[in-house]
Design a protein around this ligand. Structure first.
Ligand SMILES: NC(=O)c1ccc[n+]([C@@H]2O[C@H](COP(=O)([O-])OP(=O)(O)OC[C@H]3O[C@@H](n4cnc5c(N)ncnc54)[C@H](O)[C@@H]3O)[C@@H](O)[C@H]2O)c1
Length: 254
């Protein structure tokens, strides 16, 4: 039996970038996958079904920063799959966010980054927790970033949002332990995702020197994250909560 057989996983930001690899890994591990994104999730759902005609997957298109849309999507996911056991808060403004000096970040942009990266994750948790509680527990995986430890010039808004999510993980783990819900952060290093490769500004300012800062000196790919992701989603991590697992070739030491 596959390790996530019978489980339902919802991945925000699942339609593009690293999120697609997360959906593929969770599906390959036996989970029913809800691909949730503001972008079209259909190509990702088609990939999962092409890899395994027996795969159960559905796409839901909505904005994680809008509470009514989040509530509707959680209800639709439950209608399709009967519930949610695993929530991966992966959606963020990142690859499309051009680096900017702090003096050039206007309030509207700052607020939008916080609305998607922080409020979006909060809203997903708010609406998924009652579902998990009714099922006797669950797993919440907040995708943060090594930048919350190291700081990233030109990305102060993004860095602050990932620090907030890491702190939220700690508070949530203590609040939701009695409900049997484990909450952890997965902190990738600089990943050569397809969406990042299309964005030269990120390559130049962020990814260029990342390899040299690692104990393991090679480029990082989305596949490098999948072992840790499936571990945090699976029964093997049932006594692990409130933690941050950095997957970055030994760049930060958590
Ligand atoms: N690529 C990296 O180097 C790296 C490093 C550390 C952490 N991360 C984190 O990993 C995650 C994925 O990164 P990525 O490289 O694939 O970036 P990405 O920008 O390609 O992916 C973000 C996903 O979120 C979706 N999204 C954006 N706004 C949304 C909204 N309002 N509602 C719903 N979905 C929305 C996008 O459509 C996209 O599918 C992000 O949380 C990012 O912060 C990435």
């Amino acid at each position: 039996m596959k390790v996530l057989e019978g489980r339902v996983a919802l991945v925000t930001g699942g339609a593009k970038g690293i999120g697609v690899a997360y959906c593929e890994a969770l599906s390959a591990a036996g989970a029913t996958v809800v691909v949730a994104d503001i972008a079209d999730p259909a190509p990702c759902v088609a990939r999962l079904q092409a890899a395994d005609p027996g795969a159960r997957a559905v796409g839901l298109r909505f904005d994680v920063s809008v509470e009514a849309e989040v509530a509707g999507a959680v209800a639709a996911a439950c209608e399709f799959a009967g519930g949610i056991d695993i929530l991966v808060n992966n959606a963020a403004l990142f690859a499309t966010l051009p680096p900017a000096d702090v003096t050039d970040i206007d309030v509207e942009l700052w607020d939008r980054v916080m609305a998607v990266n922080v409020r979006g994750s909060f809203l997903m948790v708010k609406h998924v927790v009652p579902v998990m509680t009714r099922r006797g527990g669950g797993k919440i995986i907040n995708v943060t970033s090594g930048v919350a430890y190291k700081g990233l010039p030109g990305m102060v808004h993004y860095t602050a949002s990932k620090g907030a999510l890491m702190a939220m993980t700690r508070a949530l783990s203590r609040e939701l332990g009695d409900a049997g819900i484990c909450v952890n952060s997965l902190a990738p290093g600089a990943v050569m995702s397809d969406t990042i490769m299309q964005n030269t500004a990120h390559i130049q300012r962020y990814h260029q020197n990342a390899t040299q800062q690692r104990a393991l000196k090679r480029a990082m790919l989305p596949e490098d994250l999948l072992g840790a992701l499936v571990f945090l989603a699976s029964p093997g991590s049932d006594f692990v909560t409130g933690q941050t697992i950095a997957v970055d070739g030994g760049s930060v030491n958590t």
